[in-house]
Ligand binder design. Structure first.
Ligand SMILES: C[S@@+](CC[C@H](N)C(=O)[O-])C[C@H]1O[C@@H](n2cnc3c(N)ncnc32)[C@H](O)[C@@H]1O
Length: 243
């Protein structure tokens, strides 16, 4: 998986001010996480280039990261040094960061990057292992788009912009999808990025959390706390360990 997040991908990852880097999204995300950290330390699993960790640290929350790709960490280091946001290079289902935390979080659909149920359960257990009693584990994850797949259709186009097409192909037997991102200009050449994922229903996520000793505290449709409904495309779920 780490070769997916290579130097070129890492260099292009940040889109300052737009998409997942929109200031309003980052503000509500960091505000909610800072409140959940409740004066304690936070651990981001798969910290990437620090999209969320940097604004969270700017709110005075001590943040530590775990990350598989050294290239993503190189980009993070263009923003903050090791003393400000230390990072452990390793797999989020098994790596250990020193100390205990009041908050562990894993955002932007990234639990799906673990391609087996076993690894996803291990990730929940790893989050629990890093938390203080009463600590919270926050997951942001898309709801699988299977309602858009009529019989015989195995792909959904979910983004169609000038110069950018994105589609997911599904293997529903094995609960896997591959996100394909095609970026192109006026010519005939396109750049293709592909990310395999194991998609997860909220109910399965809750069961994994239960196996690791968590209880579901809340599930919202976004970082602002909009109600999660049958039409929600994504969710922010807060799991908590007993105090
Ligand atoms: C979609 S990016 C999210 C980065 C960051 N959390 C954010 O919100 O912008 C996914 C990140 O997960 C990392 N990653 C993928 N599999 C991982 C694993 N098993 N352990 C740790 N990091 C992983 C990738 O290297 C990449 O930085």
């Amino acid at each position: 998986m780490s070769q997916l997040w290579d130097a070129e991908t890492a260099r292009r990852y940040d889109t300052p001010g737009v998409g997942m880097f929109a200031p309003e999204l980052l503000r509500t995300t960091a505000d909610r996480l800072a409140a959940l950290a409740d004066g304690g330390r936070a651990l981001e699993l798969a910290i990437g280039t620090g999209r969320v960790a940097v604004p969270l640290a700017e709110r005075g929350v001590p943040v530590v990261g775990v990350e598989l790709s050294p290239h993503m960490v190189d980009q993070l280091r263009t923003k903050v040094d090791e003393a400000t946001i230390p990072v452990v290079l390793g797999d989020m289902s098994s790596a250990t960061a020193p100390g205990r935390f009041s908050l562990v979080y894993l955002v932007f659909n990234t639990i799906g990057n673990l391609l087996t149920q076993e690894d996803q359960v291990a990730c929940f257990r790893n989050a629990a292992r890093h938390l203080l009693p009463g600590g919270a584990f926050v997951i942001e994850l898309g709801v699988p788009d299977l309602r858009r797949l009529p019989p015989g259709v195995q792909a959904t186009v979910w983004l169609d912009e000038p110069g950018y097409l994105a589609l997911d192909t599904y293997d529903v037997l094995n609960q896997q999808l591959v996100s394909h991102h095609f970026r192109f200009g006026d010519g005939t050449e396109a750049r293709l990025g592909r990310t395999p994922q194991r998609y997860v229903w909220p109910a399965e996520l809750d069961l994994m959390a239960q196996l690791a000793g968590f209880e579901l505290e809340s599930r919202d449709a976004d970082w602002d706390g909009a109600p999660f409904t049958a039409e929600s495309r994504s969710h922010v779920s807060v799991y908590r360990l007993p105090g």
